[in-house]
Write a protein that binds this ligand. Structure first.
Ligand code: ARG
Ligand code: ZN
Ligand code: CA
Length: 254
């Protein structure tokens, strides 16, 4: 297997109302979830049906809040910025001081995570590898971030960030991003072909695209189920993330 990669993380807390200025504890709770989920150490892996236990993957990625800032000064790995913006959109405004947010730290050295208020019911969004450095990273709704503080059910398991970091490491949605069709591909061989996204807490098996008897792998982090219904990456997804960390994101694995 590839060696374990440890990614330095900066969490940019951008707040308008006091409650959005989430605690250090809430940030730390998210890092804890990432380190369990990307090392196949999460306690809820027992939710994977027996037929898929052998394809559950250890992504071999670990995350640590940065201890040195871009100027070489000691840091907690958390920045805090007050904004006049009541809710951000998916237009990347939160990623720039000029538009009410805070600039990214160098994307070749840090995983940038912005935690803020988002409008329109969006839980989070990510930039795939290969995009502009200034907007690289993931954005997560503060109330879907971590497992304590403002984190609210059913998205208080830290899995929105797990899902977004999956995209950041080049994972596609498990249904192939073709709406409800059966022709889409997530470019991973060990995930079943699946029609569209699943929501909530489905009952296994849930079939689509003639993928019976086992059906959709709706407990995969790259589906849209509730935080307490998703629990795994596959071996194939782990390989795709390793390829990203050996390729376009190699500087983070230095
Ligand atoms: N809608 C978001 C995306 O496509 C994230 C969904 C996260 N789901 C969850 N159960 N936390 O990137
Ligand atoms: Zn997604
Ligand atoms: Ca599909």
């Amino acid at each position: 297997p590839p060696r374990v990669v440890r990614v330095p993380v900066v969490v940019h807390v951008v707040w308008h109302d006091e409650a959005q200025n989430i605690s250090d504890d809430q940030v730390h709770s998210q890092i804890t979830v990432l380190n369990a989920d990307f090392r196949k150490r999460n306690a809820d892996l027992t939710k994977v049906p027996q037929v898929w236990q052998s394809v559950v993957g250890d992504a071999r990625v670990e995350f640590a809040l940065a201890t040195t800032d871009p100027n070489g000064a000691p840091t907690s790995g958390i920045t805090r910025t007050r904004t006049g913006t009541t809710a951000f959109d998916t237009d990347d405004a939160v990623k720039s001081a000029a538009t009410g947010g805070v600039d990214a730290w160098p994307a070749g050295t840090y995983l940038n995570i912005w935690a803020c208020q988002l409008g329109g019911g969006v839980l989070g969004y990510a930039q795939f590898p290969g995009g502009p450095a200034a907007t690289d990273g993931v954005v997560v709704l503060h109330s879907s971030f971590g497992t304590t503080g403002t984190a609210a059910a059913p998205f208080n398991g830290g899995r929105t960030t797990t899902h977004e970091v999956g995209h950041w490491l080049n994972l596609r949605h498990i249904w192939g991003d073709d709406g409800e069709g059966c022709g889409g591909d997530d470019f991973v061989a060990d995930t079943p072909n699946q029609g569209g996204p699943n929501y909530g807490k489905p009952t296994w098996p849930t079939m689509s695209c003639q993928n019976g008897p086992d059906g959709d792998m709706f407990m995969n982090f790259m589906d849209y189920t509730d935080d307490d219904a998703m629990c795994c990456f596959t071996v194939g997804q782990a390989a795709r993330m390793a390829a990203c960390l050996a390729g376009p994101r190699a500087s983070l694995a230095a």
